[in-house]
Design a protein around this ligand. Structure first.
Ligand code: HEM
Length: 543
């Protein structure tokens, strides 16, 4: 914003027919906006021609400025200091000699320097490696990707998510942009799918892409504090596309994968039914082979399917054989085949994710669209669960951080009984309980991602199914706790929708969408012990 004004320029625009104010040294013309101001016009008229920074920050958060700045800011005060040049990087601390035991086992990447601090530096609002802590997992390519995504989210996405959530739809352009930026091809729990995309990620070469980049991408998207947004852009895709990529036949991949990964076509996973959720082996949607053996005829219903209303492709679990897990197959059903109907479901949370009820009526699916082998779909679904649950964990932990971060910021400006909220020990205790759960869970997550990176698919399924299930429950419990505690800190502001407590109110409504699907907390906790014991027994556990 190039125009500058003096204090007296502003002071002379102090009436309702020309109403200017100053916020943080920037000048805003609110003449036309005053009638639409949700807080009323009188309150604006009272500060007309004045510096209203203090009043502004009392009632709003930075999201409001970001959203309205373009429309309302007309310039800055001539006294506003120029933005300071970025500080010179701090000298690298002198490295101590590694301890003997560590030196014997340390991998080369573990000796890397800590990365530059990034973000607002509020302790626990971002992972430790954002604050200059050493990490064996993240390097310069991760830092570059982090900066790339954050810039996009801060400018184009975050200021709009509330509006999109209320409208229950994210503009289709945003999903296309996910493809254009090359993100979709890196979100499949496997190496980067470079052969199927024209676009590539600006800041990370294909061959450097790893599961920590994928984790970071999901994490930064989740900073929006909207499960609806995250599920809109990666929910259906992140669970519907990996089975296709890993187990689909090449001609099928060649035909449809480029459209999906470039962001032109959408795909989702259709497993859950009105009568079968976590109990996948009991699903009833049937696929009967035609007499000539060329098609499956599919009949049945699927419920709570993320993104379904917008999808072209449905990775669908169907019964092709007898009862139980050995009669289940996966089919790629295309909307264009006909006989596919989708309707939006009204749900408690994740409003902009498009939760859908689907009916398949005599849908004729070519056998070429079988994913994996007939009656062996259960294994494919199980492999997919680990990836799905890791996605849920990443999102829950970032949402927990958002609840924490919003609470810290609000607690530092809201005053009660003569002091700031954070100066009340009872509020600090809430923050401390949030932070300790977030950090403990996140550190476990990093370790699991590292194991996934090092192990093969089968080894990971065997060794990590139990821990991932456990961490899924841990992260949803943490999320629920943080959403609750943040709500208590915000009080009435997180009971009403929008405004300063808006993110917390929305996330509180999103909790169940994480604690139930992908394996409910109860199923996860039971599975974590059952599966870990079974595997340990196979591997020679001595009891
Ligand atoms: C750039 C100037 C301003 C813009 C764009 C703006 C915008 C908004 C918006 C969008 C809301 C709805 C609540 C929310 O989403 O947070 C709101 C509420 C409000 N605004 Fe402003 N506002 C501005 C300046 C001010 C100033 C200077 C004051 C006080 C002197 C003020 C007082 C209020 C109050 C009291 C509310 C209601 C808060 C509540 O619901 O708890 N606004 N404003």
């Amino acid at each position: 914003m190039s125009k500058t004004f003096t204090q007296s320029d502003v002071a002379s625009n102090n009436k309702s027919d020309s109403l200017w104010i100053v916020v943080d040294g920037d000048v805003y013309d609110l003449t036309k906006f005053q009638d639409d101001h949700p807080g009323g016009k009188k309150i604006l008229q009272r500060v007309a021609g004045k510096d209203a920074s203090k009043q502004f920050w009392k009632y709003h958060n930075e999201g409001i400025l970001k959203k309205y700045q373009k429309q309302l800011q007309i310039g800055s005060l001539d006294t506003k200091p120029k933005p300071a040049a970025p500080p010179a990087p701090a000298p690298a601390p002198k490295k101590e000699a590694p301890k003997a035991a560590a030196a014997a086992t340390a991998a080369p990447e573990q000796e890397a320097e800590a990365l530059e601090p990034f973000g607002e530096q509020i302790p626990f609002s971002d992972p430790g490696w954002y604050q200059g802590h050493h990490s064996p997992y993240f390097n310069e390519t991760h830092a570059a990707l982090r900066a790339e995504i954050r810039e996009w989210i801060d400018t184009e996405i975050e200021p709009n998510v509330t509006e999109w959530d209320e409208k229950k739809e994210v503009p289709a352009e945003v999903y296309k942009e996910m493809g254009r930026r090359g993100y979709l091809a890196g979100l499949l729990g496997t190496h980067y799918q470079k052969d199927y995309v024209q676009n590539s990620i600006k800041s990370v070469p294909h061959d450097k892409w790893d599961l920590f980049h994928e984790m970071l991408l999901t994490d930064e998207l989740s900073r929006t504090g909207s499960g609806g947004f995250v599920w809109n852009v990666i929910g259906g895709f992140g669970i519907g596309c990996p089975p296709l990529v890993k187990f689909g036949k090449k001609p099928l991949l060649d035909r449809i994968l480029p459209g999906i990964l470039n962001g032109d076509k959408r795909i989702c996973l259709a497993i859950t039914e009105p009568d079968a959720g976590s109990d996948v082996a009991n699903l009833t949607c049937e696929a009967k082979l035609s007499e000539d053996g060329k098609h499956y005829i599919v009949n049945g219903a699927k419920k709570w399917i993320t993104n379904g209303i917008w999808c072209d492709y449905f990775t669908t679990a169907v019964r092709t054989g007898g009862p139980g897990m050995n009669g289940v197959s996966l089919l790629l059903i295309e909307r264009d085949f006909g006989g596919v109907s989708t309707r939006r479901m009204d749900c408690q949370g994740v409003w902009s994710s498009g939760t859908t009820y689907i009916t398949f009526e005599d849908v004729k699916v070519p056998v070429e669209n079988l994913i994996g082998k007939e009656n062996q779909g259960f294994r494919v679904i199980m492999t997919n669960f680990n990836h799905e649950r890791i996605g849920i964990i990443i999102q829950c932990l970032r949402f927990s951080r958002v609840c924490y971060e919003e609470s810290v910021k609000y607690g530092n400006k809201r005053r009660t009984f003569g002091k700031k909220l954070v100066d009340h020990p009872v509020i600090r205790l809430k923050l401390a309980h949030m932070a300790r759960q977030i950090e403990a869970s996140y550190n476990w997550l990093e370790n699991i991602i590292y194991q996934c990176e090092k192990m093969g698919e089968t080894e990971a399924m065997l060794h990590l199914g139990g821990p991932i299930a456990s961490l899924k429950a841990q992260s949803t419990v943490t999320f629920e706790f943080c959403a609750r505690e943040a709500s208590q800190i915000f009080g009435g502001l997180s009971y009403s929708r929008g405004g300063q407590g808006g993110k917390v109110e929305r996330l509180y409504r999103d909790v169940r969408a994480y604690a139930i699907p992908g394996g409910s907390e109860e199923i996860m906790l039971d599975l974590s012990i059952r599966q870990s014991m079974k595997v340990a027994q196979m591997l020679g556990m001595k009891l």
